[in-house]
Design a protein. Structure first.
Length: 158
């Protein structure tokens, strides 16, 4: 007698636990209708007035591109004029001066034990005396297999 009662208790407990998992929707009846009014939609080009009404759609006014503000940095960065005054290296930057050497792999160039990564290819050619500004990046992977990678920010012949 004890086993059937235990089975009934277990089934009831399972039924109560599973009833909590449902979303409470009645799947046998008609679909529910919303009780609140629908939210009005506004097209991206429409403007909403303070009263909440939406005026007729008008095309947005075109915005003419403006000139960059005075003293701003151009997209290519600051480049000192040839033969003119130089800008000091930025915080954390290093300046190297010497003669560029060809690396053992094609396209690789070295300066004072640093592998030069980036920079103007017409300036960084084997045999050229240059001054480069940049940052050493010892954890950078490279196929050049020699020198500490040095990310060139600027380079000029010296």
């Amino acid at each position: 007698m004890r086993t059937p009662r235990m089975a009934v208790v277990v089934l009831l407990a399972a039924g109560v636990a599973l009833a909590g998992c449902g979303d409470g929707a009645d799947v046998t009846g008609p679909p529910a209708t919303p009780t609140s009014s629908p939210t009005p939609t506004v097209a991206p080009t429409d403007t909403v007035t303070p009263t909440g009404t939406v005026p007729s759609s008008t095309p947005p006014a075109s915005v003419a591109p403006s000139a960059p503000p005075a003293g701003s940095v151009p997209p290519g960065g600051l480049k000192p004029p040839p033969g003119g005054p130089r800008l000091p290296p930025g915080p954390g930057a290093t300046e190297l001066t010497g003669t560029v050497e060809a690396g053992v792999e094609p396209g690789c160039v070295l300066l004072d034990g640093h592998q030069l990564v980036g920079g103007p290819k017409d300036v960084l050619v084997a045999g050229a005396r240059v001054t480069v500004t940049g940052r050493a990046q010892p954890d950078l992977m490279s196929t050049c297999q020699q020198g500490v990678p040095f990310l060139v920010e600027s380079a000029r012949r010296s």
